[in-house]
Design a protein around this ligand. Structure first.
Ligand code: A3P
Length: 285
């Protein structure tokens, strides 16, 4: 998968929408403010879902914002070429997204009080979601097969490199007051409780009826139909399929694709690579 990537500091990025100057500026020059809220994930971990929830928390369940502004403008990806400028221009408290590993993240963040929500997902589901996503878009190299994509993922030869390193880098900050670590799985299994946790972390009070609207309007079914959230606003030259984002939205889909030997080999590697972290950080089976 390496040929069609843009390499920066040993990390592969999609070729379209990224350039090394912006990646350098994001690290060196972007000023993260105390009042900013940052969503950080490895790609395909449920980023857009979390953006939708945060937008709806902000609007107390009202759908005007999510139905009139695309996700990537509501919460710009700071490291991408078109969104870096939008992120810089935004005034007041900003919602910002990023897939950057911690060592390439804006330096200014580390001395700020900006709040970070780091969302993780079972990497086997990240692989399946990634395989279908990168096969359905035209801004990065397409995987040749699931088997090849799995191999690339294990070698860190996929956009944003190694899931294992990404998680290690960010999770080391989990004791900080301005850091909330969540998983796609807990969000899926108990969305209401997890949304409540997010509100508490952000210091936002929402009434029960507002919470119901937040849950309803960020559900998979509603997001899938919202053209501001489902990628259908993306330029058609970037898409192979019209809706590559809202695929299944479930946990454990890897079971439909991994062979037993692949799953066993992956689990062994996971145990080796993540042995230094408490298993309760990873709630999936
Ligand atoms: P699948 O491909 O497994 O369906 P990201 O936003 O980081 O690119 O992640 C995309 C994944 O999040 C996709 O997973 C997508 O279906 C899932 N997703 C997006 N919105 C969701 C929602 N409201 N509920 C559950 N899953 C959602």
């Amino acid at each position: 998968m390496s040929d069609d990537n843009l390499w920066y500091e040993g990390i592969p990025f999609p070729k379209k929408g990224y350039n090394t100057e912006i990646l350098r500026k994001a690290r060196e020059a972007l000023v993260i403010k105390d009042e900013d809220v940052l969503i950080i994930t490895f790609p395909k971990s449920g980023t857009h879902w979390l953006v939708e929830i945060l937008c709806l928390i902000h609007s107390k369940g009202d759908t005007k914002w999510i139905q009139s502004v695309p996700t990537w403008e509501r919460s710009p990806w700071i490291e991408t070429e078109p969104r870096f400028a939008s992120a810089n221009k935004k005034e007041g408290p900003r919602l910002l997204s990023s897939h950057l590993p911690s060592h390439l993240f804006p330096k200014s963040f580390f001395s700020s009080k900006a709040k970070v929500i780091y969302l993780i997902r079972n990497p086997k589901d990240v692989i399946i979601s990634g395989y279908f996503f990168w096969s359905s878009v035209n801004f990065a190299k397409k995987p040749k097969s699931l088997e090849q994509f799995l191999e690339c993922f294990l070698e860190g030869n996929v956009p944003y490199r190694s899931w294992f390193d990404h998680v290690h880098g960010w999770v080391s900050m989990r004791e900080r007051e301005n850091f909330l670590m969540l998983s796609y799985e807990e969000l899926k299994w108990d969305t209401e409780r997890t949304a409540g946790k997010i509100c508490q972390f952000l210091g936002k009070k929402v009434e029960p009826e507002e919470l119901s609207l937040i849950l309803k309007n960020s559900s998979f079914e509603v997001m899938k139909e919202n053209k501001m959230s489902n990628f259908s606003m993306m330029k058609s030259q970037y898409l192979v399929h019209t809706n590559p984002l809202m695929r299944k939205g479930i946990t454990g889909d890897w079971k439909n694709y991994f062979m037993v030997a692949q799953a066993e080999a992956f689990d062994k590697l996971f145990q080796e690579k993540m042995a230094d972290l408490p298993p309760e950080l990873f709630p999936w089976e």
